[in-house]
Design a protein around this ligand. Structure first.
Ligand code: GLP
Length: 240
């Protein structure tokens, strides 16, 4: 596990954006896993600036989305599909055909998304945020390390944390790549910013493979980079 403690929130964001950009430049046909959430909005805004300098480095990439709410009609403004269109697809001039979204209907079998990922050759770099309760994607506490893409009931903590993203009722269930799915990515890149997440960051560093905090599972990945801003890192001391 590599930890990058950035000297400011802006530098944490720029570090993450640069690592994503470098992947696309070094491997133009990269398969990238993308995350949503408030944390990632400035990352995508920075990528928009960078890609103008580097002349559309993502044009030959393919993208898998990490998670999505269930029960939302197509085009709902609070869906992660709308989020990624607004913050990444449109501003960077990408094509929707470069993206795969977790299917809202798993009645055809929940292996569909997993198979798409496998057929693409697997995710080269998976971008990840962190839930206040240690969730990754929507893998809530209690998720198994071996879990696959599935429907997950959201905890009260997550519903509370994300309620302000909805003007109407927040969905009670979501679809997420599983922890086992995420761990098959060749590289993991997690960005955590803000004081509210300082406790969970400390918990992750002090615990291993703890089902109460699914982010602890990621530490066993050979190429896991955790980028922290000063506030998120405020309760850890890496010098001990
Ligand atoms: C959400 C999403 C995650 C996201 C995380 C953090 O519930 N399921 O994919 O990374 O929680 O969100 P935020 O960045 O808004 O704190």
């Amino acid at each position: 596990m590599r930890i990058i403690q950035a000297p400011s929130t802006n530098e944490a964001i720029q570090t993450v954006a640069t690592l994503i950009l470098e992947k696309a430049i070094s491997h133009p046909r990269s398969v990238l896993g993308l995350a949503t959430g408030r944390t990632m909005i400035p990352v995508y805004a920075h990528l928009e600036k960078l890609q103008k300098i580097y002349e559309n480095p993502f044009r030959d990439c393919f993208f898998f989305m990490l998670d999505e709410y269930l029960e939302l009609p197509e085009g709902h403004p609070s869906s992660f599909k709308s989020y990624i269109k607004d913050h990444f697809v449109k501003p960077l001039g990408l094509k929707e055909s470069q993206f795969a979204f977790p299917p809202a209907d798993l009645s055809g079998g929940d292996e569909h998304y997993e198979n798409l990922i496998k057929e693409s050759g697997g995710v080269d770099l998976q971008l990840l945020g962190l839930g206040l309760n240690g969730h990754v994607g929507f893998n809530e506490p209690g998720s198994l390390k071996s879990s696959r893409t599935r429907i997950i009931p959201l905890t009260e903590d997550t519903l509370r944390a994300n309620r302000d993203q909805f003007t109407d009722k927040i969905p009670t269930h979501a679809l997420s790549m599983g922890i086992g799915t995420i761990l098959e990515s060749k590289e993991l890149l997690m960005l955590v910013t803000g004081k509210a997440k300082a406790d969970v960051v400390k918990y992750i560093l002090n615990h291993h493979d703890d089902p109460n905090c699914p982010a602890t599972y990621l530490k066993s990945h050979p190429h896991f980079t955790l980028v922290l801003d000063p506030e998120a890192a405020s309760k850890i001391n890496l010098n001990i």
